[in-house]
Write a protein that binds this ligand. Structure first.
Ligand code: GLA
Length: 718
């Protein structure tokens, strides 16, 4: 709900359990509050008390350096990190944005960029008549989620060019300097590890310069009170609906506040607006929780499931796939694939996904990318025999693509060498022996749309895995307006979203899974198109406990593709029990990444049962509330509790990681259940009150479990 109080010039936005308030004073749009719902009181009284000495200000007005500003710009006295840096024709950067009006919109959209669905959007317009600049600030609130989505549109209303040097999506000035910053760092096969550092004064930031949201850092950050824990304390989160180079920063300022900003990375970035032109920033989402880091995650999960993921798939049962990548890599023919497909019959697996290697001259990773026609040497009769075989065995068929890439050894590259991204004069850098196609160019996108859609049209394909196995280097495009050479990373994002519109959205019957060398492009922009993303190439259950734990800080379990693979694990050589691999892979849309025909009979025999169990409780994965029970980064144990929204049932998955000899027994408290209700533990037949489980945890013989053993318990309200 959005309310404007004319008398106090205060905007109050109400989401589920949260209030976001701002007001106009002396023409400046000031931030008043973001946090737990407040329903009464005059929020216009909550202005920052401002010291004035040695501050630059308009006489009689407060200095912008001392107040909480909704759209801080550089050059008029606010010395903190600004949201906007706009340079005029003569080099001027001073910008003084004053309030000019507001409107309320439904179905708000940004040009060429994904946004959250639904909600109600407040558009506040600010302008600077001296500079000839108008800025629309967008605030979307949702009555079912404690979140606010923000973005901005910058318009050049002047008579000369305007150069955008920085255009973040937002600025949020929080009271106090007492926060910890939580971010997610990682690498290939080790994505999204939580890291927590105290913020005092000065700037701390995370970013990507990779033209991808990236594995080393994820476009998410949280500011939490120093005392905040998994289950208690104030926590503010930001995440971006953006899949190219980004930055999130926070600054502890001298006036005792902390600013949180984020959006397009302004490193080596600029965009020129001719008179009359405008520019949209990507959307940033803020969530708030008083229930600590766990509450923050649940808020992000609710937002993603209700307002980001395509509603046609969001809470629908997901395909249970068997993928041939770790089973065969590039080395397959009809016989090897048929053996896997045949072995899937009757196991509950419902989709066979043919991974890399089916197209062009692809026999290893050195050739073929870009040529989206069947490799007739390997598959002389095309895909049809495989698809027919799937259908005969009651399976659907899925196919792997990597549309953004090209191998120098490909027909596409031989025909259009200039379509690969490269900087004139330099030998282009290879990564995994491939180059990136310049999807900022329309003719390149048209080729990809035509060639991928043709394969989808000519074959009965139900599922697509869209991969992207390298980051961009040598940023440059001959197609760019010479004034916009520094806007390449953003132009790539716009090209990518155009491809998604024309391939993903144009094939609504097909289920698209995102992927990027494992989980290297894992962000809310991608989730807008791909209901689930391959979480990591690391399929070891031990590492997956860590990766899925960290990923859950921002992203719901329903978005994390999780597969069972063989042991010793192909990525790190570890051996874990089959039951543990299944238990961990059931904490997301599940599947198998192995040769079913070669599985030992005792493991094969478990698959049908495991899948039936997964299906029975899939609703917990798709729409339950996640409580993180044990943190795998303290090496002893991993634990997730999934609780149904109506608290009628729950499932607890514990994995013992490293046994500590003669150690204290860990206490796994189980919050989130109905405290006064009784729950039957299906596996043991015992009954406990929710309140007992919340305080004393579940009694269990932890000593009986060995390293990497899992224990799964189902709770039913009785
Ligand atoms: C990436 C993906 C894998 C697989 C390979 C194929 O690494 O993450 O799952 O599809 O590419 O080349």
């Amino acid at each position: 709900m959005i309310v404007f109080d004319q008398k106090s010039a205060t905007f109050t936005l109400t989401g589920k359990g949260v209030t976001y308030a701002m007001g106009v004073t002396d023409g400046v749009l000031e931030h008043r509050y973001f946090g737990a719902s407040v329903v009464d009181g005059d929020l216009s009284l909550y202005r920052t008390e401002a010291a004035t000495s040695f501050e630059a200000r308009v006489p009689g007005k407060k200095s912008q350096n001392q107040i909480a500003v909704e759209a801080p710009a550089y050059g008029r006295g606010d010395y903190r990190e600004p949201m906007l840096v706009l340079r005029g024709e003569n080099g001027e950067t001073a910008l003084d944005l004053t309030y000019t009006g507001y409107r309320i919109e439904k179905n708000h959209a940004l040009k060429g960029l994904p946004t959250c669905r639904g909600g109600e959007t407040l558009v506040v317009t600010l302008s600077d008549a001296v500079r000839g600049v108008s800025v629309d600030l967008f605030y979307t609130v949702f009555d079912d989620t404690p979140a606010v989505a923000r973005a901005a549109r910058i318009t050049n209303t002047g008579k000369s060019d305007l150069k955008i040097q920085r255009a973040y999506s937002d600025a949020l000035d929080l009271p106090g300097n007492g926060y910890d910053l939580i971010t997610l760092y990682g690498a290939w096969a080790r994505e999204r590890t939580p890291e927590r550092i105290p913020i005092r004064h000065g700037v701390a930031s995370v970013d990507s310069k990779r033209v991808s949201s990236s594995a080393p850092l994820n476009p998410f950050a949280a500011l939490v009170e120093h005392t905040a824990t998994e289950n208690a304390g104030r926590a503010y989160g930001i995440a971006l609906l953006y899949s190219s180079s980004w930055k999130i920063a926070c600054e502890g300022a001298q006036n005792g506040s902390t600013r949180l900003i984020g959006g397009i990375n302004d490193f080596a970035f600029s965009k020129t607006l001719a008179p009359g032109e405008s520019f949209d920033t990507p959307e940033a989402v803020f969530v708030y929780s008083s229930e600590g880091i766990g509450g923050l995650s649940r808020a992000f999960h609710d937002l993603a499931r209700a307002h980001i993921v395509n509603p046609a798939f969001a809470d629908k049962p997901r395909p249970i796939v068997v993928n041939n990548w770790e089973a065969t890599y590039f080395d397959f023919d009809y016989e090897r694939l048929f053996a896997i497909i045949d072995a899937a019959e009757g196991t509950g697996i419902d989709t066979f996904v043919l991974d890399d290697g089916w197209f062009g001259a692809r026999v290893n990773d050195s050739a073929g990318l870009g040529d989206w026609t069947v490799n007739r040497n390997k598959l002389p009769e095309g895909l049809t025999p495989i698809i027919d075989r799937c259908h005969e065995r009651g399976l659907k068929f899925g196919l792997w693509f990597e549309p953004e890439m090209v191998n120098p050894d490909s027909d596409l590259y031989r025909a259009h060498p200039d379509w690969a991204i490269g900087c004139p004069g330099y030998e282009p850098l290879l990564s995994r022996r491939q180059l990136v196609l310049d999807v900022t160019r329309k003719e390149v996108r048209d080729y990809l749309v035509e060639s991928v859609n043709r394969v989808l049209k000519e074959n009965a394909i139900d599922y697509v895995k869209w991969d992207s196995n390298r980051n961009v280097s040598d940023l440059w495009s001959p197609a760019a307006d010479p004034r916009d050479r520094e806007c390449f990373a953003h132009a790539y994002a716009l090209g990518l979203y155009d491809l998604f519109d024309r391939i993903v959205l144009a094939n609504p019957r097909v289920f698209f899974e995102g992927c990027s060398g494992g989980g290297s492009r894992y962000d809310f922009g991608m989730l807008r198109y791909f209901p689930q993303i391959w979480t990591s190439d690391d399929t070891d259950a031990g590492m997956r406990c860590m990766i899925q734990y960290g990923t859950s800080y921002c992203y719901p379990l329903s978005a994390m593709s999780c597969h069972v693979s063989v042991c010793p694990n192909h990525q790190n050589g570890r051996t874990t029990p089959f039951a543990t691999r299944c238990a961990v892979a059931h904490l997301g849309p599940t599947g198998y990444e192995l040769d079913l025909s070669k599985l030992p009979p005792e493991e094969k025999a478990q698959i049908a049962e495991q899948n039936a169990l997964y299906r029975r409780d899939e609703d917990l994965v798709l729409s339950g509330d996640l409580y993180r029970i044990a943190d795998p980064f303290d090496v002893r144990a991993f634990g997730f509790l999934l609780v149904a929204k109506d608290k009628s049932k729950a499932a607890l998955t514990l994995v013992k990681l490293l046994t500590l000899t003669n150690a204290e027994r860990p206490l796994f408290r189980l919050p989130g259940l109905d405290l006064s209700a009784a729950y039957l533990v299906e596996e043991t037949g015992a009954t406990f009150r929710g309140g007992t489980l919340a305080e004393l945890g579940l009694p269990l013989e932890w000593r009986d479990l060995h390293d990497f053993d899992a224990a799964v318990f189902h709770f039913k309200r009785v």
